[in-house]
Ligand binder design. Structure first.
Ligand code: AHN
Ligand code: ZN
Length: 335
């Protein structure tokens, strides 16, 4: 009897110690990147699907405000959000560009759990730049940017997240906003006092005129240029100023998921982007996940504001890193 008891105890000890070993090795940094640290399980982010949604936008051609391609893409985005079960609102805004042009802008908004108190805001711009004014060939300066990455990628990732929210509702409220007229900013060589706020016209409008009176969100996450091969996402300075805890949380989550080769825990530049106005005017603490390139003249990817911002630069591994990280953040949020 005692002998059996001793054998049983030693078996348990062996089992216990082997369990400890397993746990330790899965905590090892060099272990399998697919190690799931998410507490709440949710459908996997499909980079194939996100890629497809980018291709669909690019197929319209450049999405420059006041063009038929822009209108057609707006209809597509609105319909997609509806297909994915969101409550959809299109906010129309007539905004004045730096050169006096009146832009017929549309902010396209899709909400999940519209009645929930605790809300997360996810956003990207959907318009593309009218001028490839950073192209290496001056003959291209007046040509429009196709915007596979600059415009298309953030929206593509968010459409894929919408597809997933429709399959499994998050516990918190989520609002997805596709902002318009982000990229109509004054060219570098004509920046004056008057033109300093010439970017992000759609988000400036929304921040001052929310789609619902008294709208509030716990925080916001902007996705801008999140699809290029080998992209590096540094901690953006305006994000750190307004919502350092959120930058910490997102970069930490990315590291846990094995994506620290994309999410670099180092400071990058301060970038005038939609999140600036959502913070400053809208009062919602928001961060920007944006590709920065330390070895480029512009600070952005080599394709940025050139005619080369095409599908060839889009990489599914990058889309997966961003989509998986942000999904995990949303599903682990407590109402
Ligand atoms: C400026 O160039 C001032 N801001 C960059 C924001 C941007 C443009 N994101 C995409 N296109
Ligand atoms: Zn741009």
């Amino acid at each position: 009897m005692l002998r059996q008891f001793i054998i049983a105890i030693s078996m348990l000890t062996i089992l216990a110690s082997s369990c400890t070993k397993t746990t330790k090795s899965s905590n090892n940094e060099n272990s399998d990147k697919s190690t799931e640290t998410t507490l709440v399980s949710h459908p996997a982010f499909s980079a194939d699907s996100a890629y497809f949604f980018i291709q669909k936008q690019v197929d319209f051609g450049p999405r420059v405000p006041n063009t038929p391609q822009h209108t057609a893409c707006a209809d597509y985005l609105e319909q997609q959000l509806k297909n994915f079960g969101a409550e959809v609102m299109v906010q129309k805004a007539d905004v004045r560009a730096f050169d006096g042009t009146m832009l017929k802008a549309k902010n396209i908004i899709g909400s999940y759990n519209p009645e929930a108190e605790t809300r997360i805001l996810l956003f990207a711009h959907w318009d593309t730049r009218p001028w490839a004014d950073h192209d290496s060939n001056p003959e291209n300066y007046k040509k429009p940017v196709l915007g596979a990455n600059d415009g298309g990628s953030g929206v593509g990732v968010l459409l894929e997240m919408a597809r997933i929210f429709n399959i499994q509702k998050p516990t918190v409220g989520v609002d997805i906003i596709f902002f318009d007229a982000e990229d109509y900013g004054a060219p570098n060589d004509m920046v004056t006092q008057e033109t300093s706020d010439s970017w992000c016209l759609g988000s400036q409008y929304w921040s001052a005129n929310k789609h619902k009176a008294g709208y509030r969100a716990k925080y916001g996450i902007l996705l801008d240029m999140v699809g290029a091969k080998g992209a590096k996402f540094y901690r953006e300075q305006i994000s750190d100023m307004y919502a350092k805890y959120l930058v910490d949380k997102v970069w930490q989550k990315a590291a846990e998921l094995g994506f620290s080769n994309y999410f670099i825990n180092q400071t990058g530049g301060a970038i005038t982007d939609d999140h600036l106005y959502v913070n400053q005017i809208g009062g919602i603490p928001s961060i920007d996940i944006i590709q920065q390139e330390k070895n480029s003249d512009t600070g952005f990817g080599f394709y940025w504001h050139t005619v080369n911002d095409t599908m060839e630069n889009i990489d599914k591994s990058t889309l997966n890193a961003v989509g998986t990280t942000v999904l995990s953040i949303v599903y682990n949020e407590i109402p």
